[in-house]
Design a protein around this ligand. Structure first.
Ligand code: APR
Length: 271
């Protein structure tokens, strides 16, 4: 791993590390990112066209069907070695704040605690009209590979139930957003893992950390606008690069081998 001895020492001394993750951290668990082309019923759509309140108003069955298919993928997926390395890192540094744009619960299932979900959770549906929380039936939905249109269930107020995620054009949850900003403003090291850094306002966080003078590290197999701005750019898939980084910097290697037994890791039941 090509990091100078000086930087390694500075990283090792970090009191507060922020880990900021995007869809790329779950890609190796088999969950498509938002940049992957859609297939089946949704092949003529862009994810950005489906993930909006307008799309749900216009075509609730198309959008609900897409999210049920995504929920099936999430419930069938298992945390990968990047999720596990992040959970391990939490045990190796004085303070770690994990901020994710992902709506899956793979960080929690890998053993991470107090995850700040900026874009909500696919497991917490609520009413589109009165916002009353709803509960999914137990078990994993069985959806055809090519997807299907599916009429969303109704709330007792008569409104349609919608997925518990933050759609394009909607505000981020206040508490999570403010805690994420505070952490980016206070941290010594900011790791940016598997995000295109395109979707605002979340994409501002790396800049907040840079302005504060934190060391910034990016892990992504593809180029992003942060490539030339971060202190350390580590191209490659998170599942390979992140365990190596944690091992090299914080000495989590041995523990990493046993990381599948991290609290809540792969053996936990799917929610
Ligand atoms: N390891 C690390 N990064 C990866 C991997 C991998 N194995 N595979 C893909 N990536 C990278 C891609 O190169 C891309 O830069 O993950 C990034 C995924 O980008 P997006 O799909 O835009 O995901 P994200 O940055 O999380 O998007 C933010 O946008 O659509 C909304 O709400 C949605 O939370 C999402 C938000």
């Amino acid at each position: 791993m090509d990091i100078s001895e000086d930087l390694l020492n500075t990283l090792r001394k970090a009191g507060h590390v922020v880990v900021f993750t995007g869809a790329g951290v779950s890609a190796e668990s088999g969950i498509p990112t938002f940049r992957d082309a859609l297939t089946g019923l949704w092949e003529h759509f862009d994810a950005k066209e489906l993930a909006t309140p307008d799309a749900f108003s216009r075509n609730p069955a198309l959008v609900w069907g897409w999210y049920e298919w995504r929920r099936m993928k999430v419930l069938r997926a298992q945390p990968n070695s990047a999720h596990l390395a992040i959970a391990m890192l939490e045990t190796l540094v004085p303070r770690l704040t994990l901020v994710t744009q992902n709506v899956d619960d793979l960080h929690e299932r890998a053993g991470s605690r107090d995850v700040l979900h900026l874009h909500g959770s696919i497991n917490r549906p609520f009413c589109f009209v009165c916002r009353l929380p709803a509960i999914y039936p137990a078990g994993i939905p069985v959806e055809p590979d090519g997807g299907r249109r599916l009429e969303p269930p109704r709330c007792k107020c008569g409104g349609r139930i919608r997925p518990g995620v933050v759609w394009f054009g909607e505000p981020l949850p206040d508490n999570e957003w403010s805690a994420a900003n505070d952490a980016a403003n206070q941290c010594d090291v900011f790791l940016c893992i598997g995000t295109s850094s395109l979707v605002q306002p979340a994409a501002r966080l790396p800049t907040v950390a840079m302005q504060r003078g934190a060391i910034t590290v990016q892990v992504n197999p593809n180029p992003t606008s942060l490539d030339d701005r971060v202190t350390i750019n580590l191209p490659g898939p998170a599942g390979q690069v992140l365990p190596r980084l944690v091992e090299t910097v914080w000495g989590g290697a041995k523990s990493q081998e046993g990381a599948t037994s991290a609290p809540g890791a792969a053996s936990s039941p799917s929610p």
